[in-house]
Design a protein around this ligand. Sequence first.
Ligand SMILES: Nc1nc2c(c(=O)[nH]1)N[C@H]1C(S)=C(S)[C@@H](COP(=O)(O)OP(=O)(O)OC[C@H]3O[C@@H](n4cnc5c(=O)[nH]c(N)nc54)[C@H](O)[C@@H]3O)O[C@H]1N2
Ligand SMILES: Nc1nc2c(c(=O)[nH]1)N[C@H]1C(S)=C(S)[C@@H](COP(=O)(O)OP(=O)(O)OC[C@H]3O[C@@H](n4cnc5c(=O)[nH]c(N)nc54)[C@H](O)[C@@H]3O)O[C@H]1N2
Ligand code: SF4
Ligand SMILES: [Mo]
Length: 688
Amino acid sequence: MDMKFVQTTCPYCGTGCSFNLVVKDGKVVDTAPYHRSPVNEGKLCPKGTYAHEFVNREDRLTVPLIKKDGKFEEATWDEAYKLIADKFKGYKPDEIACLSSARTSNEENYALMKLARGAFKTRHIDHCARLCHASTVAGLAASFGSGAMTNSIGDIAESKCVFILGSNTFEQHPLIGRRVMQAKMNGAKIIYADPRYTCTGKQADLYMQFRSGSDVAILNAMMQEIIRNGWEDKEFIASRVKGFEELKAEVMQEKYSLENVSKISGIPAEQLKQASEWFANAESACILYSMGITQHTVGVDNVKSVANIQMLTGNLGKAGAGVNALRGQNNVQGACDMGALPVVFTGYQKVIDPVAHKKFEDGWGFPDGICAPANGYEVTTMMDVLTDKPGELKAMYIMGENPLISDPDLTHVEHAFHALEFLVVQDIFLTETAQLADVVLPATCYAEKDGTQTSTERRVQMWRKAQEPPGQSKVDWKIIAEVGAAMGYPDQFAWESAEEIFNEMAGLTPSYHGMNYERLNKPEALHWPCPTEDHPGTPILHIGKFSHPDGMGIMHVCEYKPPAEVPDEEYPYILTTGRCLFHWHTGSMTRRSSTLHHEVPTGWVEINPEDAKELGIKDKEMVRAITRRGEIEIPAMVTEDIMKGVMFMPFHFAECAANRLTNNALDPIAKIPEFKACAMKIEKIQEA
Ligand SMILES: Nc1nc2c(c(=O)[nH]1)N[C@H]1C(S)=C(S)[C@@H](COP(=O)(O)OP(=O)(O)OC[C@H]3O[C@@H](n4cnc5c(=O)[nH]c(N)nc54)[C@H](O)[C@@H]3O)O[C@H]1N2
Ligand SMILES: Nc1nc2c(c(=O)[nH]1)N[C@H]1C(S)=C(S)[C@@H](COP(=O)(O)OP(=O)(O)OC[C@H]3O[C@@H](n4cnc5c(=O)[nH]c(N)nc54)[C@H](O)[C@@H]3O)O[C@H]1N2
Ligand code: SF4
Ligand SMILES: [Mo]
């Protein structure tokens, strides 16, 4: 028997844990701890532990598929490439849109970004960061000049007060949750605010339950209380921050008094007072947030408010502090860094900046130029354009995303996809989205390729190939390179390895400039920015100065605004959506992992016992959930852990898809949809 261990990085969440893949006779059969990772020190959550289970499933895609008369037929790679190139050459650049993938490596995102802007010459490229941390990227860039998590994961254990707002850290970033527990054991106070009393909340010293969508009011009230007591960091404000007087004028208003915000949010005034006191008087205090903050029509305001309170209390640029925006997908930080966004090339170099545009045009050397120096459409805008402006967008190329489960208002998304003339999907399974494609390209998963991914703490780590890909499937970057060659640009895509792509990218990207595979091939790897080959990387951002040109941080006035859709007589409950520990998004991988599937086989809606009583609904009973956009049937989970008036659903399950119900109202700046609040009614299903 031939057996080996291959160290790699977890393909699920942005924490960036490492483990070993156990390879027996050439096949991945198990995972085993890798103790030298400074991130997880050998520990794993259930998804990491069972990350081998979907790899050799018999329903992996193994051959290219072309749809003929509504049915998929197996094809050769050459047939697939020829069809794609013939079609895409026939469209104008602005008729093509690309979705890149936070599940794939930096190299693969860079490759798709180059294919889109260089070969297709389109300006429309985006990815799931739009549904996720688009508000963070916009909000923190406005506040600090850089849109990333400010501190490192290990640093959280050093904090004296951890305020978790809109992040269910123990289920969604379990190995970051471990650092929160270490901080607690070191004496830190843990404050947790969420409409649900989650397992994270159960470990907190103070739990504040509130109605979805009132975050700005809560943060403004806390800032008012801090300023009223003179707890703000006056020296930090004077030397490092602009906009304090304007912020003060806003938050000191009566509408943000503890009593008033208690009415808006449902949090008792005493708790808001306690939270403000602990937070402002701790030697160091950090905030952890995630989707509870970002997925709102006021997502950018929520993020700016988090930045405001950290500038107010001087909790930036030092250990145990910071704005820790927990990035979700394993490589969503990297996909953004690689320019898989409609406004930037790699390293946030703006597409509309003539200097950056010329740098990429010259660097890539396409004989007929690249995309126009103009911003493209966001994922959410693409869907609206497809339904509202027929004929403007005609073809789409999707790598590793499943919008037919993950985008808001699925009926609207289905209309959008039916309006497309030509769709290419590159995935590892025949997902709901792939089923609509004209061409399906079989890709490889993390266990079958080399590459790098960038975790939430900006740490760039390696994937290492452990087994051969199944059937004829190919590595994503290789597929993209061959499509690029078929489009007529073999020289621009003549890569032999992922490492070659990394080096090309690093040459064009200041924050990755000092990185190479040799330097990354160590357990601790490197955090960007890493501008030169002798630079040690940057675990903590904003020490001494912010990233704005003048080095100052900017406080922004944010006024509380309710969600786009609020409960009324017809739709009396707030629906909020999210995740559970055992499943990943659209379930394409975790629902194919037998252990994880066994733990949680289907979805549910969480209902407070008082609401359940009024509705006459019992635990586990099937109910009908209805919003203005659609309806589903779903089992009820009657639990004290959710606030009265609010109901929660995970969105992983196609048979009771939460996104049939969600609202696609957008934040005006980030264009992120309001997944975290809409109005819903629940009906008992009458027996026939
Ligand atoms: N197991 C697992 N882990 C994951 C993922 C997964 O699918 N499964 N996905 C990954 C990805 S891509 C991401 S982005 C992260 C997301 O990580 P999280 O943001 O932690 O996960 P969510 O469940 O979407 O939402 C977090 C919490 O926000 C609360 N919430 C609801 N409405 C509001 C509100 O108005 N304000 C506030 N402050 N909170 C509210 C919800 O009750 C929920 O407990 O997780 C990553 N990790
Ligand atoms: N209601 C509601 N909806 C939400 C959210 C919410 O909180 N509530 N959260 C939103 C958020 S934060 C996010 S990030 C999105 C996620 O939305 P998506 O990104 O659409 O969801 P995933 O299921 O992660 O899809 C990834 C796809 O990549 C494929 N894949 C995996 N590895 C590889 C690979 O190596 N190569 C290729 N080519 N494909 C691969 C998988 O099979 C899967 O089909 O969902 C959003 N939708
Ligand atoms: S915490 Fe995230 S990165 Fe770590 S094992 Fe779990 S899913 Fe993987
Ligand atoms: Mo996400």
